[in-house]
Design a protein. Structure first.
Length: 244
């Protein structure tokens, strides 16, 4: 009963904030079994509202992360050679907070993804054939931050999804132009076709972000909320582009 009332409250909030969707062209990101594909632990924070939105609608989320992020910052919380193991634990804690139970965490090497294209492509192909997702979500062509690993995982995901005969919908996470002034964030000139309300999930988002303790300094260049230690500054919505 408590979950029912929480769901009704969320529907009311959504209608109040997004009633313009009834008369506009944009749509909510659809639910269904969804595969999210990223390069490093903490990349999933760019699409965290979508993950929570789909789970809240009772559907399954699968996260594929291509490396353990061992080339990132330690934030003085571990030794450099320990970072991959530490970040693996941080990712699993964040996934637990979000309610994601299916995670494919690979070890293709932080910074080495462009050299592992064939292996990553074959791996993704097997995951898609095994999981049979209704849709796939990944980063846009810029990788949001222009990180070579981000760009590589985007290209590999695009190639694998578009090679499928069953036409799996592919979505890119889009950073709107007005947000592109944030440090290290790029704007891809793609049409925004779908959105996800993020404001109902700020508590879970904040907790999951803070699970990535070693990367808080790096993440704060994308998320001012972390720099200001103020969860109210988290984005109210996330935007996506359906790729034809």
């Amino acid at each position: 009963m408590k979950r029912f009332f929480a769901f009704v409250k969320m529907l009311f909030l959504l209608f109040s904030k997004y009633r313009f969707l009834l008369f506009g062209k944009k749509k909510f990101l659809p639910s269904g079994k969804t595969l999210f594909v990223f390069a490093h632990p903490d990349d999933e924070m760019l699409a965290v509202a979508a993950i929570l939105w789909i789970i809240a609608n009772g559907d399954e989320v699968i996260v594929f992360t291509a490396s353990k992020g061992e080339g990132g910052l330690t934030n003085d919380l571990c030794l450099p050679h320990e970072l991959g193991t530490v970040r693996e634990g941080e990712l699993m804690k964040a996934m637990s907070i979000l309610g994601v139970s299916r995670v494919y965490l690979r070890d293709y090497g932080d910074g080495n993804l462009p050299d592992r294209r064939r292996e990553i492509t074959d791996d993704l192909l097997n995951v898609i054939r095994t999981e049979a997702p209704d849709q796939v979500v990944t980063l846009p062509p810029s990788g949001v931050t222009c990180h070579p690993d981000h760009i590589e995982i985007q290209e590999a995901t695009h190639d694998v999804v578009k090679s499928q005969s069953n036409r799996i919908p592919l979505f890119y996470r889009v950073i709107p132009k007005e947000s592109a002034g944030i440090v290290d964030v790029e704007h891809d000139s793609l049409p925004i076709t779908h959105l996800v309300p993020a404001f109902p999930f700020k508590e879970q988002t904040w907790a999951a972000m803070n699970a990535h303790r070693t990367q808080k300094e790096a993440m704060s260049t994308i998320f001012p909320a972390l720099a200001e230690n103020n969860k109210n500054l988290l984005w109210d919505e996330e935007y996506y582009s359906l790729i034809p």
